[in-house]
Design a protein around this ligand. Structure first.
Ligand code: AMP
Length: 142
């Protein structure tokens, strides 16, 4: 049986504004902010406001608005960092590597020959995250 959604998870707290984040985008259904332990420069998380643990229990109506923003953010990060490509990642339950149990999609700019850093590795400096968030906002036209 699927685990229940826990409204105390860290992304739910970010969505409610209870803890800070470097937001780059928000609309009625979706928020995007910088990953604090980026696997590469400009690593962004795109998060639907609707509560679900992951893709396994999400309402299918979540995916249209979510992936429309994933595409916007992918285009923006590629432009903001002059990247060669973009990796999307999305994990479901602990066996897959999921560590935060509110559905989210990782959007990571990629550069030829540059490997990803470890998942949930090292904390980035807030000033670096703020600067990168500014570049993505500018690329989004915000
Ligand atoms: P996942 O393993 O797919 O659940 O990924 C969770 C991601 O959230 C990891 O890449 C973490 O670095 C990131 N993360 C954890 N806490 C925060 C936070 N407070 N703000 C932004 N990103 C976070």
């Amino acid at each position: 049986m699927a685990e229940a959604y826990d409204p105390g998870n860290i992304f739910a707290k970010i969505l409610r504004g209870e803890i800070p984040s470097h937001r780059i985008y928000e609309d009625d259904a979706v928020v995007a902010f910088m990953d604090v332990m980026p696997q590469g420069v400009g690593h962004t998380l795109v998060v639907p406001k609707a509560p679900s643990r992951n893709i396994l229990d999400a309402d299918p109506a979540t995916f249209g608005p979510l992936f429309a923003v994933v595409q916007k953010v992918a285009v923006a990060v590629k432009k903001a960092f002059n990247a060669d490509g973009v990796t999307l990642m999305q994990f479901n339950e602990p066996a897959s590597g999921q560590t935060v149990y509110h559905l989210h999609v990782h959007v990571i700019p990629r550069f030829d020959g540059v490997p990803l850093k470890p998942h949930s590795g090292q904390m980035e400096k807030p000033e670096v995250l703020a600067e990168n968030a500014g570049k993505i906002r500018a690329a989004l036209g915000n």
